[in-house]
Design a protein around this ligand. Structure first.
Ligand code: PMP
Length: 361
């Protein structure tokens, strides 16, 4: 018999919505390129911390299954961040995994998800993956939340699940806290306040996680320096987190990430110093970008800046010509016409972006 046969109909067993989708695109850049498209932090541990981390990783029990609950990580997260004592934690392989499983938790026939648009694309993609109807409520043209429109959509659709990124991606613009509180109060379903960029923001809902019970706060270590560890966490009411625990895959967190994350959280000085540097650079870069004729720089509370340029495609190409990759937003949503999203890098990296954009203008 021939073992290498194709099955012409086999792929038809896969759900049509999955076959119609495209995989999340991840840029793979040749050496020498500047990658400023994915909100990574440009600073790695200095050599002495790298050696200490290596020694700890060498002692990790990789012959055993990991037990995140019994690991030191939940306590380390509670020491490092204002998680309320009354909230329970869930750990995810990146907050992406938690977005997926929180969606699965609420996905029943006829259940709806509500998202703001434009926002993080994975909310809608997960709704589609699990067969939930996704209601998109457009932001206002200045990327703030349109509260009457959201309240109307809540009344009309009664969504089981609402995702709000606070601050929002891909815009960086924070919503008014009172607007988010109004959404939480009006919703009968769960509201996930996704604070992936919370460390760069003036405000946070983390201290209120689980109060009220429908408020889940999502955070990640990715944007504060550790995207490679894939470590996200959700804080919420124990009743909700207990349900989530039933559907998370067993052993979803690997022991090397748990060990490295705990090590990272024991070095908060390093993390906080980088956050401060990036915030200073955000101010400097925003002001400099405002000097480009015809540019609109949106006030960001995240580690990236969204800017509208007279010709974003030309600017994007010019950056590529200089081996700089940023995120082009134009074409992805009508409100993002002529917009680029620039991850904040080191001062030298930001200068490189700036000099290309000033030349292109
Ligand atoms: N939420 C938001 C708003 C994001 O922008 C991202 C990353 N692009 C994530 C969640 C996922 O982050 P991670 O899986 O790395 O924790």
């Amino acid at each position: 018999i021939c073992l290498y046969r194709t099955c012409p109909t086999m792929l038809n067993f896969i759900r049509p919505n999955i076959r119609a989708a495209r995989a999340y695109a991840v840029a793979d850049l040749p050496a020498g390129w500047l990658k400023l498209d994915a909100m990574e932090v440009p600073y790695a541990f200095p050599p002495e911390l790298q050696s200490e981390l290596a020694a700890q990783l060498a002692r990790a029990d990789i012959n055993r299954y990991p037990n995140p609950a019994a690991s030191a990580l939940p306590a380390a997260l509670r020491r490092a961040f204002p998680v309320p004592d009354t909230a329970a934690l869930a750990l995810g392989n990146g907050s992406d995994e938690l977005i997926q499983f929180i969606t699965l938790l609420f996905a029943r026939t006829d259940a709806k998800m509500l998202v703001l648009e434009p926002s993080f694309v994975m909310y809608r993609r997960n709704a589609e993956l699990f067969g939930m109807d996704c209601i998109g409520v457009p932001l206002k043209p200045d990327f703030t939340l349109d509260l009457p429109a959201v309240l109307n959509a809540l009344a009309e659709h009664n969504p089981a699940l609402i995702f709000l990124a606070y601050p929002n991606n891909p815009t960086g613009v924070p919503f008014a806290r009172a607007d988010v509180e109004a959404v939480i109060a009006a919703a009968s379903g769960a509201v996930v306040v996704d604070e992936a960029y919370g460390a760069f923001s003036r405000d946070s809902f983390l201290p209120q996680a689980g109060q009220p019970e429908n408020l889940i706060v999502l955070r990640t270590l990715s944007k504060i320096g550790f995207a490679g560890l894939r470590l996200g966490y959700a804080a919420g009411a124990p009743a909700v987190m207990n349900e989530l625990a039933k559907i998370l895959p067993p052993y979803n967190m690997n022991c090397l990430s748990l060990t490295a994350a705990e090590f990272a959280l024991n070095n908060m000085d390093f993390i906080n110093k980088n956050i401060e540097l990036l915030k200073q650079e955000r101010t400097r870069l925003s002001n400099a970008l405002r000097g480009i004729a015809g540019a609109t720089v949106f006030a960001s509370e995240a580690n990236f800046i969204t800017v509208r340029l007279p010709d974003a495609e030309a600017a994007y190409q010019k950056l590529l010509d200089n081996k700089i990759l940023v995120k082009k937003l134009h074409g992805s949503h009508a409100l993002l016409n002529n917009c680029l999203r620039l991850t904040i890098g080191t001062p030298e990296q930001n200068d490189a972006v700036l000099s290309v954009l000033l030349q292109a203008a």
